[in-house]
Structures are given as C-alpha cells and as structure tokens.
Design a protein around this ligand. Structure first.
Ligand SMILES: Nc1ncnc2c1ncn2[C@@H]1O[C@H](COP(=O)(O)OP(=O)(O)OP(=O)(O)O)[C@@H](O)[C@H]1O
Ligand SMILES: [Mg+2]
Length: 224
C-alpha cells in the first residue's frame, strides 16, 4: 500500500496573544485510495492541522511528505506548484466565482497550472462535471445554482488537476442530510474507483463512521 501523505511529529505554536502549543506531536499516514475523516471538539486544532497539511501554513516544526517526498522546507513557489498539482480542496463554503460559469470555475486551477491547452482543460472539466452528474449546469452562472450543486462544482474544481489527495474542512457542514450523503457517496466512489485519497474534517458522526478510518483529535493531539 503506497503512502500519499505523511505527517511526522508536527508541532505548531501560536505566539500571539500568548504562546500556545496548538498541535502536539502529530504523526500519521494516509494511504492511496484511503478515505479518512478527522473528528474532534471545536478548537482542538483540526483546521490548523489541515492548513499545514495543505502546505498553506509553513510555520510549524516536524516534517510533511507528499508521495514520499519531503515538502517541508520547500520555497513558496515550489509549494504553490505542489498544492495546485497534487492537492484538491473542498471547504464548507465553496468559494466559487459567482459571475463565472460552472465550467469556467472548474477550469480555473488547470489554467493556473498551465500544463494543458484550453481545449484539453475544457474537455477535462466537462468530464469532471459528468462524474458529479452536473454536466447540464456547465454554462450556468455559479450564482444561479443550489447549495448542493455548488458543493459538487467545488468538488469538480478540486478534481480538475487529478490530485493525489482531496482535503476538506467540513465540506458538508453547510448541507442538508440529503446533500451530505450525496457528497459522501461521491467521495467514496472516487476513493474506491479512482484510488483517490481523502482527508476530511467533519463534525458529522454518521459521515465519519462510514469512512475507512477516523482520526480523533483532542486538545492538539491525536488520541485515536
Ligand atoms: N491565528 C491564531 N492565533 C492564535 N490562536 C489561534 C489562531 N487560529 C486558531 N487559534 C486557536 O487554535 C485552536 C485551534 O483552532 P482551530 O481553528 O484549528 O480549531 P478547529 O478544531 O478547527 O475548531 P472548529 O471545529 O471550531 O473549526 C483554537 O483554540 C483557536 O482559538
Ligand atoms: Mg475548524
């Protein structure tokens, strides 16, 4: 089983307003195709951890490996490239550009990566919309679709560069139970059929129970 993401002894401190040890010796691995959830009480450090794992925050101690390569210590430009190519994000709020069409929103990260032609990117984006059953929304403005549809567009956008892993910070936090289940099923299918790894922070116990593994955090530590 190959490892996609590994955290080794990650520690983080917030220095203001007072010194605060927010993440305490966090170590774990995520395998290829594994669907993992992170649970824990509000304030235990889940978002802080995800911010580090997603390479956005570089102010930590310890090591991070993506596809067995050390990424800790890379330059900002290297990290930005790695992030765009290998990591997809889905947040509680979708952050779509409301004046752009669904298709344009999905294409954006691939345009930023700049490795394919416009036509290839457009074809890829249509294919992702198909996987998510929303190809009929392609030409609609992002502001004119429902919350559940927006979240599926956000997932399509996260998939556009064929990442190794998708990270989510409460991606179903803003959805009703029907749409949450929908998103869960999409994630499950992506992990089983495409070997995609997923690391999803959630407060939803029913959602977490159905994932392959739950990482439980308490007070900045992994306790289970
Ligand atoms: N920039 C910051 N400076 C200082 N303390 C911070 C900062 N950001 C977060 N914290 C504190 O760090 C702790 C962890 O915050 P974090 O946002 O990671 O929690 P969380 O587990 O994601 O919570 P929630 O479930 O409510 O989203 C909290 O006590 C929070 O107040
Ligand atoms: Mg949080």
């Amino acid at each position: 089983m190959s490892t996609v993401l590994e955290a080794k002894n990650v520690n983080k401190y917030f220095k203001k307003p007072v010194l605060f040890h927010v993440l305490k010796d966090i170590s774990f691995k995520i395998n290829k195709g594994e669907f993992v959830s992170i649970m824990g009480k509000s304030g235990c450090g889940k978002s802080t951890l995800l911010y580090i794992l997603s390479t956005m925050d570089t102010d930590y101690e310890g090591e991070l490996l993506l596809n067995n390569e050390l990424i800790t210590g890379n330059t900002r430009d290297q990290l930005s490239y790695i992030r765009n190519k290998h990591i997809g994000f889905v947040f509680q709020f979708h952050y779509l550009l409301s004046e752009f069409t669904v298709l344009e929103n999905v294409m954006l990260p691939a345009k930023k990566l700049g490795e394919k032609s416009y036509q290839e990117i457009e074809n890829d984006a249509m294919q992702k919309l198909k996987i998510l059953n929303i190809e009929h929304l392609a030409t609609k403005k992002a502001s004119r679709i429902s919350g559940g549809e927006k979240q599926r567009v956000a997932i399509a956008r996260a998939l556009i560069n064929n990442p190794s892993i998708i990270m989510g910070d409460e991606p179903t936090g803003n959805l009703d139970s029907h749409n949450s289940e929908n998103v869960f099923n999409i994630f499950k299918q992506l992990s089983k059929e495409q070997g995609l790894s997923l690391l999803i922070v959630t407060h939803d116990e029913d959602f977490a129970k159905k994932t392959d593994r739950i990482i439980t955090m308490e007070d900045g530590k992994i306790i289970a």
